[in-house]
Design a protein around this ligand. Structure first.
Ligand code: THU
Length: 161
């Protein structure tokens, strides 16, 4: 038996330490977050993507009374992005969240399904997607989805590549 370890790394920063580009992306994610359709959970999430063509693509969570029909902010933004700019690369994604019911101070980390989706597009574009998560007092930056979803399911498993 051989015990193995996977290391992931990320930066923890204060808002003041961010570049203007990152601050603007976070602000855009907060603005779109507040327009989410989150009438069932009261949990509002915003995602802002910065593309290599300079465009910013926004998304927020969209809920439905048939709960599984809902979609997370990250996938709303990413699927819109890939539908409209299929050849653009995603450089960064900023994610912010707010709960109406209670003060929510922590960063929100993307769910497993969103990580899997980001992972496939990162692999396709052959360049890392930086992930910026903002809580009340702290910003976390992951340089690649591999740091949030190590050992992701790959198409190579299906023999497609
Ligand atoms: N949600 C997101 O939009 N992104 C995440 O990363 C986590 C969860 C949404 C789904 C649902 O509308 C609400 O937050 C509560 O789970």
């Amino acid at each position: 038996m051989q015990k193995k370890t996977i290391n992931i790394s990320y930066q923890s920063l204060h808002l003041d330490e961010l570049s203007n580009e990152d601050k603007d992306l976070i602000k855009a994610s907060e603005e779109i977050r507040d327009k989410a359709y989150a009438v069932y959970s009261d949990f509002y999430v915003g995602a802002a993507l910065l593309l290599n063509n300079g465009n910013i693509v926004l998304g927020n969570n969209q809920e439905n009374i048939a709960f599984p029909s809902s979609l997370c902010a990250e996938r709303v933004a990413i699927f819109y992005c890939k539908a409209n700019y299929p050849d653009s690369k995603i450089r960064k994604i900023a994610i912010t969240a707010k709960s109406i019911k209670e003060a929510y101070k922590e960063v929100v980390t993307p769910c497993g399904s969103c990580r899997q989706v980001i992972s496939e597009y990162e692999r396709n574009q052959e360049s890392p997607i930086q992930i910026i998560l903002k809580g009340e007092n702290e910003v976390l930056i992951f340089e690649s989805i591999n740091d949030l979803l190590p050992m992701s399911f790959e198409t190579i498993v299906l023999g497609n590549k």
